[in-house]
Design a protein around this ligand. Structure first.
Ligand SMILES: C[S@@+](CC[C@H](N)C(=O)[O-])C[C@H]1O[C@@H](n2cnc3c(N)ncnc32)[C@H](O)[C@@H]1O
Length: 304
């Protein structure tokens, strides 16, 4: 998170440039999948956020859609009929269209700021996003926009938002992995990275600016209720999976990417999925939302 408060335009500009540059490597970096695994993940998150069944929706609007992780998987799973995907980064939306074409899907993409949506009032049945709220300078304005474009009785779902406590807890595996990195590289025969800390080639300084919030559950609920949404619920997900994921990503970021063996990447990916299942099955229903790494919020626009 940035040390100094920055003005909203600087944050938006940094987000546009950072994500434009990250777009080409984004899916590979985050292991984003558009097959069965991706659909199961996305449906699982939406179901969890809504507290059970997903249902189906006519016209959906995604905020900060990136390369299409949520919209493309929801379309393929038949959860949404017609998808509009927005993002402040045209580069991300270009990558999304490449993915959509490869999958034979039709999606309308619109480059815009979440706080000023170029859509008519009441024009969507579902407004959703993944890992985007923490980039938005004015969350009250953004939630007012989400509510405005939602039809009466429509649904809002946002998942993958960093939790303040979860973020602090995740610094432990990151620091531990960083300390162990030289030994890990020696074991794998990997050379030290020429540009450690770079994120998929995107500029590291911009990376310091783009994340402007980490949340406690009550904050997210307050933004949603402040916009007039009803039945607001906040839940937490991923604890062990995130510690495992951050430890591995920290190790990998210290090595030359081509020196990290495929077997290691497979282990990291499948291990992450395994820990996700453990979190889901045993921890998420028992522990307070605040300690998980990711928070999700859902709500409904009043019926009339
Ligand atoms: C962490 S990425 C998540 C992308 C995608 N939702 C996913 O889960 O893979 C955050 C996305 O939010 C977008 N974003 C950042 N600030 C934004 C803003 N003010 N309005 C709309 N999108 C924004 C970024 O360009 C980026 O694509």
């Amino acid at each position: 998170m940035a040390a100094q408060p920055l003005d909203a335009d600087t944050i938006r500009d940094a987000n546009t440039r950072y994500h434009d540059e990250a777009a080409a490597h984004y899916d590979a970096k985050w292991g984003i999948d558009y097959g069965g695994i991706g659909q199961t993940q996305v449906l699982g998150k939406v179901a969890k956020a809504l507290g059970g069944q997903v249902g189906s929706f006519g016209r959906s609007l995604e905020i900060g859609a990136g390369t299409g992780y949520f919209s493309l998987n929801l379309l393929q799973a038949g959860i949404v009929e017609q998808a509009v995907a927005t993002d402040i980064s045209p580069g991300m939306l270009d990558a999304l269209q490449v993915n959509a074409r490869r999958l034979g899907l039709e999606v309308e993409t619109v480059a815009c700021d979440a706080e000023a949506l170029p859509f008519a009032d009441g024009s969507f049945d579902l407004v959703f996003g993944h890992a985007v709220l923490h980039h938005l300078p004015d969350l009250d304005q953004a939630f007012r926009e989400f509510r405005r474009v939602l039809r009466p009785g429509g649904t809002v779902v946002f998942a993958g938002e960093p939790s303040r406590v979860g973020d602090r807890l995740a610094s432990v595996p990151k620091r531990t992995a960083f300390a162990l990195a030289p030994v890990w590289r020696r074991l794998l025969g990997a050379a030290a990275a020429a540009d450690p800390g770079q994120h998929g080639g995107a500029d590291a300084q911009l990376g310091e600016i783009v994340d402007v919030h980490a949340f406690v559950p009550d904050e997210l609920a307050r933004h949603a209720r402040g916009a007039g949404l009803q039945d607001v619920k906040v839940r937490g997900e991923e604890l062990l999976a995130n510690w495992f994921g951050w430890a591995n990503r920290t190790l990998e970021s210290t090595a030359e990417p081509d020196d990290v063996p495929m077997a290691w990447r497979q282990y990291a990916y499948h291990g992450y999925l395994l820990f996700q299942a453990v979190d889901q099955r045993f921890l998420e229903s028992r522990l307070p939302a605040a300690i998980f790494y990711n928070l999700m919020v859902s709500g409904r626009s009043p019926s009339s």
